[in-house]
Ligand binder design. Structure first.
Ligand code: SAH
Length: 477
C-alpha cells in the first residue's frame, strides 16, 4: 500500500530530477522532494501521493549532504528562481552535465559511451552571483496590501517583495525603490491581475555590463493621458531615475491585455536613448582570456540579449571554435536576435545571413553591423521555418555552416528539414533546453549527420537551466 498526503517520511536523497528536486526511495516507493539536495537525509511531508510515487516538501534536514551549502538568498525556497542555490557550485555543474547526458541518452537515443566520448567538461563561472544583466520585476501588492516589487512565489502570482535578488545587478534595488517611492508619492496604482485595473505591471531593467549603460522600461496597462504623458507626474519619475549612475534609456511599454506575457508590443521612449549598448569580446577557449577588440551591440527593450555577459563571451567563442571558419564560408545564423553571433562570426566568414522573428531585433542587428563596420552580414525578419526554406528553394542561398540558437521549444521541424536539404558541412546548435536539443539532434543524425562535440556553458548559475553547444558534422565529408 502507498502513502497519503501529509504523511511524514524519512528518506535519503540519491538522485536529482531535471527540475532540481531531490529523489529518494523507501521500500520501492519514489519520493520527489522539493528543495532536498543529493546526499541529504531528510524528513519530508507528502504533498501529492500516487500509487508508486509521491511529491513531497522538505520539512527537516536530518543529515546534510556534503554538497549542501548555505544559500545566500533568504527567499530561495519561496521564489523557485534558483532551484539549486543550496548546492555547491561544483555539484551544480555536475548536475547540469548529467542532465544533458541523460536527455541525450533518453530522448536522443544516443549510446551512453558515445555521449561520454563527445562531451567536454562544462564551462563554469568564477564568481557566480550578480551575473544577470536583465531582470523583470512584477509590481503589485503583497499579501499585506503594501505596494511591492519583487518576484512571484513559485507556481503562483503572489508577489513577494524583494528588490535585491542575488543574481541581479546591484542597481536593481535603487531603481525599484525610486519607482516605488514615485508611485507612493503620486498615487500611481499598481496593476491588479484579478481586476485588470491599475497601471504599472512590470519593470524591466537591463544593464550593459561592459558599457555601464542602464535601461529601464515600465510596462503599463494603458495608453496614458491627454497631455501625451504615459504616467501621472511623469517628470518626477524621470528626474528620480536619471540620477541612477549609468541611466541611459527610460521607456514605457504598453500592455493592456489580460495575459501572462510581460512586455507589450510597443515601446515608447520617455527619456534618453532608445536602448543601451554593450560589448562582447572573443575569448580564447582554453583558458578563457580575452583576445581582440570585441563587438559592440545596441540593444532595444524588446530584443533578446543573453543574460549572463561573462559567460556569453565564452559561449560565443565556443560557437566560433566549433564553426571552424576559414574566411571562405557562407554562414546562416538562424534565430539571430540582434545579430550577436552573426557579427561575432562575420570577420571569419565570406558572408553571414541572420534570420529572426522580432522586427525590433532585426533593426538592432542592422544597426549593429553598421556600427562595427561589418559589410558582409545581411538580416531577414520573419519566422525561421518560413525564411530559411524560401531563401534556399527560391533563391538558391547556400551555407557551409549553419548556426541555430532557438528558444526553449527547439527548432521547428521545418527548419530541421530545410537544413537537411541545404546540407551544410557543419551545424552548430546552441540550445537552452537539452530535451528539445536531444529531439532535434536525433532528427539531424537520422538525416546523415553526426554529433562530434558537445559542451555545456553555465549561463544560469543556481538555476536548473543549462546552455549547450553542439558541433554536428555532415557524414560524407
Ligand atoms: N542568437 C541570439 C538570440 C537567441 S534567442 C543571441 O544569442 O542573442 C532566440 C531568438 O529566436 C529570439 O531572439 C527570438 O525572438 C527568436 N525566435 C523565436 N522564434 C522564432 C522563429 N520561429 N523564427 C525566428 N526567430 C525566432
Amino acid at each position: 500500500m502507498g502513502y497519503a498526503k501529509n504523511d511524514i517520511l524519512t528518506v535519503k536523497i540519491e538522485d536529482m530530477g531535471n527540475d532540481g528536486e531531490g529523489i529518494g526511495k523507501t521500500d520501492g516507493y519514489t519520493l520527489f522532494v522539493k528543495d532536498a539536495v543529493i546526499g541529504d537525509t531528510v524528513g519530508c511531508r507528502i504533498t501529492k501521493a500516487k500509487k508508486n510515487y509521491a511529491y513531497a516538501r522538505l520539512e527537516r534536514i536530518l543529515e546534510p549532504s556534503r554538497v549542501r551549502v548555505e544559500p545566500r538568498c533568504r527567499f530561495h525556497r519561496q521564489c523557485g528562481g534558483c532551484q539549486i542555490q543550496a548546492m555547491d557550485y561544483k555539484a551544480q555543474l555536475a548536475f547540469k552535465q548529467n542532465k544533458v547526458k541523460n536527455n541525450l541518452i533518453r530522448i536522443g537515443g544516443f549510446e551512453a559511451d558515445y555521449v561520454e566520448k563527445v562531451m567536454e567538461p562544462m564551462v563554469g563561472m568564477e564568481d557566480c552571483f550578480h551575473y544577470r544583466n536583465k531582470a523583470q520585476f512584477p509590481i503589485g501588492e503583497d499579501k499585506q496590501g503594501n505596494l511591492a516589487a519583487g518576484f512571484y512565489a513559485g507556481r503562483t502570482h503572489d508577489i513577494i517583495a524583494n528588490t535585491d535578488c542575488v543574481l541581479g545587478v546591484e542597481e536593481n534595488k535603487e531603481i525599484l525603490e525610486c519607482i516605488l517611492n514615485y508611485m507612493k508619492n503620486y498615487h500611481v496604482p499598481a496593476y491588479n491581475e484579478q481586476t485588470g485595473k491599475g497601471l504599472v505591471r512590470h519593470v524591466l531593467i537591463r544593464k550593459g555590463v561592459a558599457s555601464g549603460e542602464i535601461m529601464v522600461c515600465l510596462v503599463l496597462n494603458g495608453n496614458g493621458n491627454k497631455k501625451g504623458d504615459f504616467l501621472p507626474e511623469q517628470d518626477r519619475l524621470i528626474s528620480g531615475l536619471k540620477k541612477v549612475q549609468g541611466m541611459t534609456s527610460i521607456s514605457v511599454s504598453i500592455n493592456a491585455e489580460r495575459t501572462n506575457v510581460i512586455m507589450g508590443k510597443e515601446v515608447h521612449g520617455i527619456w534618453g536613448k532608445d536602448g543601451i549598448t554593450d560589448t562582447i569580446h572573443m575569448v580564447e577557449t582554453k583558458n578563457f582570456t580575452r583576445t581582440g577588440q570585441g563587438i559592440s551591440y545596441f540593444i532595444s527593450p524588446l530584443s533578446f540579449y543573453q543574460v549572463n555577459p561573462v559567460q556569453t563571451e565564452k559561449l560565443y567563442s565556443l560557437v566560433s571554435e566549433y564553426a571552424g571558419l576559414s574566411g571562405r564560408e557562407t554562414v546562416w545564423d538562424v534565430y539571430c536576435g540582434i545579430g550577436t553571433i552573426s557579427l561575432f562570426l562575420a570577420g571569419a566568414a565570406k558572408q553571414v545571413y541572420g534570420v529572426e522573428a522580432v522586427p525590433q531585433a532585426i533593426s538592432d542587428a542592422r544597426e549593429n553591423a553598421a556600427r562595427n563596420g561589418i559589410g558582409n552580414a545581411e538580416f531577414f525578419v520573419g519566422r525561421a521555418e518560413e525564411i530559411l526554406p524560401e531563401k534556399y528553394e527560391k533563391e538558391g542561398v547556400y551555407a557551409e555552416v549553419i548556426v541555430v540558437d532557438p528558444p526553449r521549444k527547439g527548432c521547428d521541424a521545418k527548419v530541421i528539414a530545410a537544413m537537411l536539404r541545404m546540407r551544410p558541412e557543419r551545424i552548430v546548435y546552441v540550445s537552452c533546453d537539452s530535451a528539445t536539443l536531444a529531439r532535434d539532434l536525433k532528427m539531424l543524425c537520422d538525416g546523415g549527420y553526426e554529433v562530434s562535440r558537445i559542451r555545456g556553458v553555465d549561463q544560469f548559475c543556481h538555476t536548473v537551466h543549462v546552455e549547450t553547444v553542439v558541433l554536428i558534422q555532415r557524414k560524407d565529408t
